[in-house]
Every structure is written in C-alpha cells, then in structure tokens.
Design a protein around this ligand. Structure first.
Ligand code: IMP
Ligand code: MG
Length: 176
C-alpha cells in the first residue's frame, strides 16, 4: 500500500499488464493504418508514459506530437472554453489518433473531438489506456481501449493525484 497526500492506494494494474495491453493496442492501430502515416497526438500531462510506450510498439512509420488542453474562463466561470495548446502542424487530410491516459466522464474527449474536427482531418480515432464506462456520459465511440475499470480513482503511469504519483511505473487504486 502507498500513501499520496491524504489517501491510501493499493496496487491495481502491474507494469507487465500495461505493457501487454499496449502491444495489443498498437497492433490494432497498425492494422487500421495500413499504407498511411498516422499522427499520434498525446494529451498532456497524463499521457506522456502511454504515448512513449505505445509508439515503441508501433512498428510502422508514424508521427508523434503532444498537445495540452487548457480551460480559460469566458465572461462567467460557467462559460469555460477549452483551448488547444501546442499544435504546430497542419492536420489537414491526416489520420489522427488522439492518445489519452484515461477517459472518465468523456468531457475531455468531447472537447478534443470538436477541436480536431475543425482541423479537416481525414479520420479521427481515440485511444485510451483506461476507460471508466460507469462514469462515461458521451456517445462517442472509443477506438482503442486498454482497460475498462471501475469508477474508482487511480494513480500512476502518468496519472496523478493532485500532481503526485505520475512517475509510478504501475497503477494504484484508491482504498475506500
Ligand atoms: P474526463 O472526465 O473524461 O473529461 O476526464 C478528465 C480528466 O480527469 C482526465 O484526463 C484525467 O486527467 C482526470 N481523471 C479522471 N479520472 C481519473 C483517475 O482515476 N485518476 C487520475 N486522474 C483522473
Ligand atoms: Mg489530474
């Protein structure tokens, strides 16, 4: 068991299991992108480890890039607009695969989809290492899902609890 800030966490998914699932995801992505060069776009901060390990298992030519989603407040605090930071290439006509660490309510995925559709991409696919189906509120299909997990908080492998825990090589689940 480990402690981060005020919470205790128990081991949940090992580094070996993550590795195995990323191999499967990369293979599936390879089959889906035969004869083209996809652009893999990681969403920072959480996805840095997923992207790093995923692309090492992708054996065909690909591009790799990262973006950050920032929310700045509009005229009222409820009027939040998400903005994409760091995209410095044209995605027109490209097959884009957005790589997320975790999809929870799906709000982030919905924002990303809206933004990338504005870039005239050829095709947009969503990859996520973790997916919480019980929390998901969107009807956007997820193309590559590593693990479907219960609606409990997890840390490690890029995921943080109040900025700590990202460096853990395996994943821990909050103890309740
Ligand atoms: P969304 O609700 O799908 O938009 O997810 C929003 C963000 O919440 C994710 O990108 C993560 O940064 C964070 N998040 C959701 N669930 C967890 C979790 O279990 N552990 C750590 N971060 C999480
Ligand atoms: Mg976080």
């Amino acid at each position: 068991m480990i402690q981060i800030h005020d919470k205790h966490f128990v081991p949940f998914i090992s580094a070996e299991d993550i590795d195995a699932v990323l191999t499967k995801m990369a293979l599936k992505a390879e089959e889906d992108h035969k004869g083209e060069i996809p652009v893999f776009i990681g969403v920072l901060n959480g996805s840095f480890m997923v992207v790093s390990d995923f692309v090492k298992k992708y054996t065909q030519p690909c591009e790799v890039s990262f973006v950050k989603l920032s929310s700045y407040e509009g005229t009222t605090s409820t009027n939040q607009v998400k903005q994409l930071i760091g995209l410095n290439q044209s995605l027109e006509g490209r097959s884009v695969v957005v790589i997320e660490d975790i999809v929870d309510t799906g709000n982030t995925v919905a924002e990303l989809k809206k933004i990338f559709e504005g870039h005239n991409v050829k095709q947009l696919k969503i990859a996520t290492l973790f997916f919480k189906p019980e929390a998901y509120k969107q009807d956007i299909a997820l193309d590559y899902v590593g693990f479907e997990i219960p609606n409990k908080f997890i840390v490690g492998y890029g995921l943080d609890y109040d900025e700590l825990g990202r460096n853990l090589p395996e994943v821990y689940q909050v103890q309740q």
